[in-house]
Ligand binder design. Structure first.
Ligand SMILES: [Zn+2]
Length: 163
């Protein structure tokens, strides 16, 4: 591995640590030329199989690009989009497979996007799950409403014992 500081063509591993879940390994390296240290992270490469059968590397940027379209005009920051993409990657990596269907990447986006912005979620879900009728939207909106009711019910349950 080349040194990122002086481009020396060799480096020495001084420490290796496997992450808690075993999905990655971090190596601390030192350049024998300039003496500076840097860290590399090794993970299995993750591929996405598109509906067309084309296989391409998983990319957080592509997740962000796809979600950003649904977020147009919504108060969603770049930071939240980056965080969402990170959660999506963690979710698909947690499946443990090296290849994942584009469909499953979309599924992994729905949950965190719903927490981020309900309108963007509806837009994304309508394209991704191919809503064709008003009833499809109604069902999705009812789902959101039901969850909200569920949340307030939880709050009541927390308050009750005190009273
Ligand atoms: Zn160096």
């Amino acid at each position: 591995m080349h040194c990122p500081y002086c481009r020396h063509t060799d480096s020495r591993v001084v420490d290796s640590r496997t992450s808690e879940d075993g999905s990655s390994i971090r190596r601390r390296r030192q350049c024998p030329e300039c003496g500076r240290r840097f860290t590399t992270v090794e993970t299995t490469s993750l591929s996405v199989v598109k509906r067309s059968g084309v296989v391409e590397p998983f990319s957080r940027d592509k997740v962000v690009a796809g979600v950003r379209k649904a977020c147009q005009g919504r108060p969603v920051s770049d930071d939240s989009l980056a965080l969402l993409a990170q959660r999506v990657e963690e979710t698909v990596r947690a499946t443990g497979s090296a290849e994942i269907d584009a469909h499953d990447v979309g599924l992994a986006i729905l949950g965190p996007l719903r927490e981020l912005d309900e309108i963007a979620y509806l837009r994304f879900a309508s394209v991704y799950q191919s809503f064709t009728t008003l009833e499809d939207f109604e069902a999705a909106i009812s789902g959101l409403r039901a969850d909200r009711l569920g949340e307030s019910a939880d709050e009541v349950a927390v308050v009750d014992p005190v009273a």
